[in-house]
Ligand binder design. Structure first.
Ligand SMILES: Nc1ncnc2c1ncn2[C@@H]1O[C@H](COP(=O)(O)OP(=O)(O)OP(=O)(O)O)[C@@H](O)[C@H]1O
Ligand SMILES: [Mg+2]
Length: 342
């Protein structure tokens, strides 16, 4: 059966090939005489229709690509989550992804400070209907979008049905405009953080190499497992402020051993970020180090992690699993948040 679209494609191709092409392109020459014969022309048209259909299919599958929601958390405060998120978002964006950073950290030195932005409004204003989503989202470096959570993060726990519907309708605006939602959480184990971790399809745990930080990382991984026995999130570990590859690998080995043995949980090794003085300097200058010091060791580490997360050079990570299919869509991400918080 040939449908209406195909008929209009056929007509368009006919017009293009038999009327406009020779005029548009003075160099236009049929490849050989056989294509001038009627069967040759039909074959040519069939091939063009097939390739137009393939392109349509490719576009459709691109449009349906699941949105990845990635939470970044740590057991201990000050592990480097905010700096990591701020720079990773830029690395993702430069690799062609449309990134939304959701700042769900109630603390001070947040993403906006690192980006040198001064957002006036946050999710609170969207939830309470004072602002549209488009009015609170600010644009950071390299096209990264920033949604400041502010007091809206706490407010999520108190929204009523109509506020929730309004909130979700606002979030639908982002559908198709975002490939990755990166969530910067507060440190520690509390209901608020656990809700965000549960709502995301992937979680990156950031730890420092010191034993107390590793113990706290274990604590939050255990809390995630305890609150949701059948959890489907993919879990990754990033060791921050490492002084050597050996040290980072050792931290990963130790932590993944205990999570496997005592929690029956596998964590992927997502790499490390070296201790680097450019990090503090960039915070001071309010210019992310991946831009201010692109050749620094910390920037190199972020690039490596971004590529690994995006599967560049492999098939292991990223979208496509059953859990991703369940959790795709910006709206469904915020829907889960709305449900989990109530
Ligand atoms: N790779 C690094 N090398 C050197 N210093 C770093 C590195 N990563 C982070 N820092 C420093 O660690 C401090 C804490 O970083 P950051 O604010 O990103 O942590 P956080 O986990 O978001 O903290 P909080 O739990 O308070 O939200 C900052 O002063 C930052 O400069
Ligand atoms: Mg922080």
């Amino acid at each position: 059966m040939i449908n209406r679209d195909q008929i209009s494609n056929l007509r368009k191709l006919f017009v293009e090939n038999y009327q406009s092409a020779p005029q548009k392109d003075p160099e236009f020459k049929p490849a050989d005489d056989s294509s001038r014969s009627v069967p040759g022309q039909i074959r040519g048209l069939q091939q063009k229709i097939a390739s137009a259909q393939n392109e349509q299919k490719a576009r459709a599958s691109l449009a349906a690509a699941p949105v990845r929601s990635i939470a970044v958390t740590s057991g201990k405060g000050g592990a480097g989550k905010t700096n990591f998120v701020a720079n990773l978002a830029i690395a993702f964006s430069r690799l062609g992804k449309k990134v939304l950073v959701l700042d769900a950290d109630l603390g001070l030195a947040n993403i906006d400070v690192i980006y040198g932005l001064r957002p006036k409004y946050n999710l609170f204003h969207v939830i309470t209907g004072q602002k549209r989503l488009s009015e609170i989202i600010t644009e950071g470096p390299c096209g990264v979008k920033l949604a400041p959570g502010g007091s809206g993060i706490v407010e999520l726990a108190n929204i009523n049905e109509s506020e929730r519907n309004h909130f979700l309708a606002e979030m639908s605006e982002l559908e198709g405009k975002v490939d990755i939602i990166l969530v910067d959480t507060s440190a520690g184990i509390n209901k608020n953080v656990l809700c965000f971790l549960k709502a995301c399809s992937e979680i990156i745990f950031v730890t420092l190499p010191e034993p107390p930080a590793i113990a706290d990382a274990y604590g939050i991984i255990k809390a995630v497992a305890a609150q949701d026995a059948g959890f489907v999130q993919k879990l990754y570990l990033v060791v921050n402020r490492a002084v050597s590859v050996v040290e980072a690998k050792d931290v990963y080995d130790r932590l993944s051993l205990v999570t496997r043995r005592f929690l029956n949980i596998a964590i992927e090794d997502m790499g490390y970020i070296f201790e680097d003085r450019v990090v503090a300097a960039a915070v001071k200058a309010q210019s992310p180090y991946i831009l201010a010091s692109p050749n620094s060791s910390a920037s190199g580490c972020i690039e490596t992690i971004a590529r690994k997360m995006l599967n560049i050079g492999g098939e292991k990570y990223g979208a496509g699993s059953a859990s991703d299919r369940l959790k795709n869509g910006v709206r469904s991400f915020f829907h889960r948040i709305g449900e989990l918080f109530n």
